[in-house]
Design a binder for this molecule. Sequence first.
Ligand code: 13P
Length: 237
Amino acid sequence: MKTVIANWKMNPLSLNEALNLVKKYKIYKNLDIWIAPPYLYLIPLITKFRKIKFGSQNIYFQDKGPYTGEISPKMIKKIGGKFVIINHSERRKIGENFKIANQKIISVINSNLTAIVCLGEDKIIKNIKILKSEWQKQIKILFKNINLNNKSIILAYEPTWAISTYKQGSVSPEIVSEFIKFIKNLGFNNKIVYGGSVFIDNIKIYLDLPLDGFLIGSQSLKPKNFNKICDLIDKSI
Ligand code: 13P
């Protein structure tokens, strides 16, 4: 079963738009559709759409207490959320780091939610040795005191530079393939998804890779495009 995770980021502006967006998403037999909307829309969406898994784009690593403005994994679990995205580069841009992400992964796993852990280089690195040492460095901090093969972990290879906001294109399938080999060599046997400028016209280049799915930003806000991308993934299974 492949998984397509829609990261809506800070969109859309109203609950009505959020409900309409999900209504337009197609449901597949062999493809899991997961959606990470803004926190505010989680309860109404979870209540209304039973066939889709919903989760959050972030959490704090404590269960409860004096942490103004934060939401805990236990709260996400209690309302029926299934997963949490951790270490997204847009969180790092506003001050988070890999050490904080490490604590978040632990708290998400302890709450019996799936942790979708983002990682990847910030800038384009052409030298494969340097690239691998960057991945190694990130993994070491992210998974300190965590079993890489904990079944609650999904890795999302999503280099910052490849996110559509930066208009620098997506990662070549060769490099994604290197990443998969690298991570498997470390003994990682869980799911790996790719994220970064996934569009209708480039999804095909990734479909022969041993990936378990995709993490999609901008195109997940355009249901027609999103469905078309999912159709192509579905056909390739
Ligand atoms: P884009 O699909 O817009 O590049 O965004 C990727 C992303 O940030 C998903 O987490």
